[in-house]
Each structure stands twice: as structure tokens, then as C-alpha cells.
Design a protein around this ligand. Structure first.
Ligand code: XIL
Length: 373
């Protein structure tokens, strides 16, 4: 018997040809990356971010929006390079629950469902964002003049409906987003104290939201997510104190999301060491850690800036690779064509891995290499 072996990138074809017999038996061995790339073996140059991340047993994700799925480049990259997808806006209260009430007509799941379907058909995990946040809330909530107990009912029903709708689809939820001020005190919001849901002082409304979410889907991992809490500072101290208290009392908190919207200033040894130390203290509480909204904004697109951006992307990825509790590196979009940065940070942009023509930037290779190291 003669064995002919052919190799096409990730596919091995073995053909067994028996002379004189009209039988050709071919076995196609598709390289499943998690199995074949484990351990110290570096991924081949041709591998995607997804394959490189799978070899490290972490997820590589991105925020996405359904209106771009029609762009061939957008959906091709999204569906092949990433193993995790998070709706950039479509699960936020304003979009998913635009009308007052709690019946079927009050909710609009279609935009988020389009992304859920895309994730499912591309074998990607779906991350939910976000149930309790002070931004992107509809007027009917903000201007409804509800009492605390009415607002509590509204929020409980909202969490219950949305989490139930995506039960078995969303593996992890940002239950509460950005509840702290930079100085570590609670942010004044409609859910906390304006008028609030009446759960009590401090982090009690966060605890309540986590308990409601856990009731709705006991399988989903529940996260607290925030920005500018990457390094050890007053905000991350406050989140740490909350997390420690929740873990001690059995409040269903599974992880912390570190948004990581940063600029090149973040690239200094003190800051990076502080990020590592911060991750480590949260890891010691038994929490899962996700980098949830990574982007690195630039003031120009010179070769030097793109190189500096790449270096920092690599360093942030390495922080996650080196921290066993860190399971996800997720960027806030993937192409500069559709990034929130130019609109929200005047004069800044070029924050993502592909440029506005869908060409890979140096940052892409830097992440791939950091995953492969
Ligand atoms: C941003 C989106 O990217 C924009 O499209 C939208 O207009 C505003 O919100 N922190 C978060 C994200 O948790 O939900 C925000 O997303 C960016 C900051």
C-alpha cells in the first residue's frame, strides 16, 4: 500500500492507494488547533489569532456590530480571526429594551440576535454587554419618575428577560458596568441613588443585580466591568474590596472585566507592572479575568506610532498570557474603519488591528507573536 500525503495549510490529506484495486481511500485530517498546537509548539506563521489563542487556552475576542456584517471583509475577518464576540451596543438597555413595559413588544432582540447567530454559525463564544449601566438607557427609564421599588421591578424584569433570552448562548455577562468613580466612591446613577433600586448603600445594588442575573441563568459567568481600573489605583482598590467581600459572602461574581481603553502613555514599566500586580490580586480571589475592550488610540498613523502601538498590544497580550486567571483578550472592534475612538476622543484614532482598508497593521502580528511566545 502506498500512502500519499499532501499538506494544505491546516488540512492534511492522506490517500491510501492499493495497486490493481480501483479504490482510493482518502483521510482528511483537519488540524484542530487546540489539540495539535498545545504546549510549547509555536503556531505556524499562517495561523490566525484565533488559532494562536486556542493554543494558549485563551479566547481572542472583539466587539462587533450587525450593520457591518454585510461587508465581506468585515464578516470574513470576524468569523475567522476571533473565538469570542461581544455586541458593541446591541445588548445595552436603550437598544434591547427601547419601550416601556415588560411584554414582548417592549424588547427588541433582533440586532443582538443577528450577532448571536453569527457567533453560533462561526463557532464563537458570545459575551453579553451590559445589563446595568448609567449610559445608553432609554428616556422611558431616565425620565419616568419611578419610585425605587418601581425601578427595582423594571431592572429585575429586564435582567430576567434578557438573560433568559440568551441563556445557553451568552457564556459570560458584564452584569454591571462602570459603577465606580475614579476616586473609588460609587457613581451617582439612576440605578444606584437617582433614585436607585432601593437595594441600599454602596455595592448592594451590584450584589442585587448579580443575584438576579444568577437566578435567570445559573450557568452564565457573571462579571463586573470597568475602565481605568487596570492598574492599582483608587478605583481598582474599590472594585477589589467589593470583589473580596462578594467572594467571602458567596455573592455570584465570577470575574472582573478590565476595559483597557488606553493610549501609548500606558507603555511604561511602572504602569505595566502595576497592571500585572492588579490582575494577580484579583486572581488570588479566585476570579476569572477578562481584558474586555482593548484599544490603543493614536494621534497619528506614522510608522513610528503604529510600531509603538504594536509593541504595547503585544505587552498587554503577554500580561494575559502570563496570568493563568486571564482567559480573554477582547478588542473593542477590529478595524479602524469602524472604531468608536475618533468620535469619542477628538483627534485620535488608528486604535485597532486592521486599518480602514482591512489591511493588517503591525499590531496584528504583535498580538499573534505574544500569543505564540
Ligand atoms: C461605546 C460604543 O463603542 C459606541 O458605539 C457607543 O456610541 C458608546 O459606547 N465602555 C463601554 C462600552 O463599556 O460599552 C462603550 O462602547 C465604550 C466605553
Amino acid at each position: 500500500m502506498k500512502i500519499i500525503s499532501m499538506r494544505y495549510s491546516a488540512v492534511d490529506t492522506f490517500c491510501f492507494v492499493r495497486k490493481g484495486v480501483l479504490l482510493v481511500l482518502c483521510v482528511i485530517a483537519v488540524q484542530t488547533n487546540s489539540a495539535s498546537l498545545k504546549g510549547s509548539q509555536a503556531p505556524p506563521k499562517s495561523s490566525t489569532l484565533r488559532q494562536a489563542a486556542e493554543a494558549r487556552h485563551i479566547l481572542i475576542g472583539t466587539a462587533a456590530a450587525p450593520r457591518y456584517l454585510d461587508e465581506a471583509d468585515y464578516s470574513a475577518i470576524l468569523g475567522s480571526e476571533f473565538s469570542d464576540l461581544e455586541p458593541e451596543n446591541q445588548m445595552k438597555f436603550q437598544i434591547i429594551h427601547p419601550r416601556a413595559g415588560d411584554d414582548l413588544n417592549s424588547y427588541d432582540y433582533k440586532p443582538a440576535d443577528a450577532l448571536a447567530d453569527f457567533a453560533q454559525s462561526h463557532n464563537m463564544l458570545l459575551r453579553g454587554h451590559t445589563l446595568v449601566w448609567h449610559n445608553q438607557i432609554p428616556d422611558w427609564v431616565k425620565q419616568g419618575h419611578y419610585t425605587e421599588s418601581q425601578l427595582a421591578t423594571i431592572l429585575k424584569n429586564h435582567i430576567d428577560r434578557v438573560v433568559t433570552h440568551y441563556a445557553s448562548k451568552v457564556y459570560a455577562w458584564d452584569v454591571v458596568n462602570e459603577a465606580f468613580k475614579d476616586n473609588g466612591t460609587m457613581r451617582d446613577t439612576v440605578w444606584y441613588n437617582q433614585p436607585g433600586i432601593g437595594a441600599g448603600k454602596g455595592t448592594q445594588y451590584i450584589e442585587q443585580a448579580l443575584r438576579w442575573a444568577h437566578q435567570a441563568d445559573p450557568e452564565a459567568k457573571l462579571f463586573y466591568n470597568d475602565y481605568d481600573a487596570e492598574v492599582v489605583n483608587k478605583k481598582s482598590d474599590a472594585i477589589y474590596a467589593m470583589a473580596k467581600d462578594f467572594k467571602q459572602r458567596g455573592v455570584p461574581l465570577d470575574g472582573i472585566g478590565f476595559q483597557t481603553h488606553i493610549s501609548l502613555q500606558f507603555d511604561n514599566p511602572t504602569t505595566l507592572a502595576s497592571y500585572a500586580a492588579n490582575l494577580e490580586r484579583f486572581a488570588k480571589l479566585g476570579l476569572e479575568l477578562h481584558i474586555t475592550e482593548l484599544d490603543i488610540r493614536l494621534a497619528d498613523s506614522s510608522a513610528a506610532s503604529l510600531a509603538a502601538e504594536a509593541k504595547l498590544y503585544g505587552q498587554i497580550t503577554t500580561l494575559c498570557v502570563q496570568q493563568p486567571a486571564c482567559k480573554l483578550v477582547q478588542t473593542w472592534g477590529f478595524t479602524d474603519k469602524h472604531s468608536w475612538i475618533p468620535q469619542f476622543y477628538k483627534g485620535m484614532g488608528w486604535a485597532l488591528l486592521w486599518d480602514d482598508k482591512y489591511q493588517k497593521k503591525p499590531a496584528y502580528e504583535a498580538i499573534r507573536e505574544a500569543l505564540a511566545k
